[in-house]
Write a protein that binds this ligand. Structure first.
Ligand code: ATP
Ligand code: MG
Length: 200
C-alpha cells in the first residue's frame, strides 16, 4: 500500500469512528445524578474518587468527602481539598484491622454513616465521595438495606462515588457506572514502602 493509500484509509477509518461517536453523543440526552462505584483489588480506587471530587470542585460544585477507613497517615487530598472548601468527615478509628476493637469501630462507622445520610438528603450537596464504605457493608457495621435506601432516595441531581474492594453486588446493580481496578503489579509486593504523594 502506498503512503497516500495508507493516509486515505486512515482518514476513512477515523471518519467512520467519529460518526459513530457523534451518533452516540447525540443519543445520550439524559441528565442525572450518577452513582459511581470504583472497586477491585488494584491501586487507584480512592485516587479516582478524589480525582472526581477535584474535578467537581474545579467546576464550582459543592463536594463532600466521608472516609470510612482512616489510614495511619495524613491524606494529601484532604490537605488540598479542605483548603478549597471541601468538608471531610473522617472515621474516628484507625484501620479496622489495627484497632481490633469491634465495638468502637461499629460506633465510628455508624457516626460516619449518620453524617453520610444527612448529605444524601441535602440537595445543596452536588457530589459525595464515600471512600472505603464497601468494607463497612461487608463487616455489617452499617446496614446494606439502609445504604441502598439512602442512595435510592437521594436528590435526583446528586452524584455519589463509592470506593473500596469487594463492593456488594446490590450496590453494583444500583450504580450507573462501575469500574473494577485489577492489580497487574504493585510496588509493595517488591518490598517498596508506600510513597508520600503517591500512596497517601
Ligand atoms: P489509592 O488510594 O492509592 O487509590 P486504593 O484506594 O485503590 O489505592 P486501597 O485498598 O484503599 O486502594 O489501599 C490503600 C493503600 O494501599 C494505598 O496506599 C495503596 O497504594 C495501597 N494499595 C492499593 N492496592 C494495593 C495492592 N494491590 N497491593 C499493595 N498495596 C496496595
Ligand atoms: Mg482506597
Amino acid at each position: 500500500m502506498s503512503n497516500e493509500q495508507d493516509k486515505a484509509l486512515h482518514k476513512k477509518r477515523m471518519q467512520n469512528q467519529k460518526e459513530k461517536v457523534d451518533q452516540r453523543i447525540a443519543a445520550a440526552q439524559e441528565d442525572k445524578g450518577l452513582l459511581l462505584v470504583i472497586t477491585g483489588n488494584g491501586k487507584g480506587k480512592s485516587t479516582s474518587g478524589f480525582g472526581t471530587i477535584t474535578r467537581a470542585v474545579g467546576h464550582g460544585l459543592n463536594a463532600k468527602v466521608v472516609q470510612y477507613v482512616k489510614g495511619g497517615w495524613e491524606c494529601g487530598e484532604r490537605n488540598l481539598l479542605e483548603k478549597n472548601g471541601v468538608e471531610f468527615h473522617v472515621m474516628g478509628t484507625g484501620f479496622t484491622w489495627e484497632t481490633q476493637d469491634k465495638e468502637s469501630d461499629i460506633k465510628a462507622a455508624q457516626a460516619a454513616w449518620s453524617y453520610s445520610k444527612t448529605l444524601l438528603q441535602d440537595p445543596s450537596v452536588d457530589v459525595i465521595l464515600l471512600d472505603e464504605i464497601t468494607y463497612m457493608v461487608t463487616y455489617k457495621y452499617i446496614d446494606l438495606d439502609e445504604v441502598l435506601a439512602a442512595l435510592n432516595a437521594r436528590p435526583k441531581a446528586q452524584h455519589v462515588v463509592v470506593t473500596g474492594r469487594a463492593c456488594h453486588r446490590s450496590i453494583i446493580e444500583l450504580a450507573d457506572t462501575v469500574s473494577e481496578v485489577r492489580p497487574v503489579k504493585h510496588a509493595f509486593d517488591n518490598g517498596i514502602k508506600a510513597q508520600r504523594g503517591i500512596d497517601w
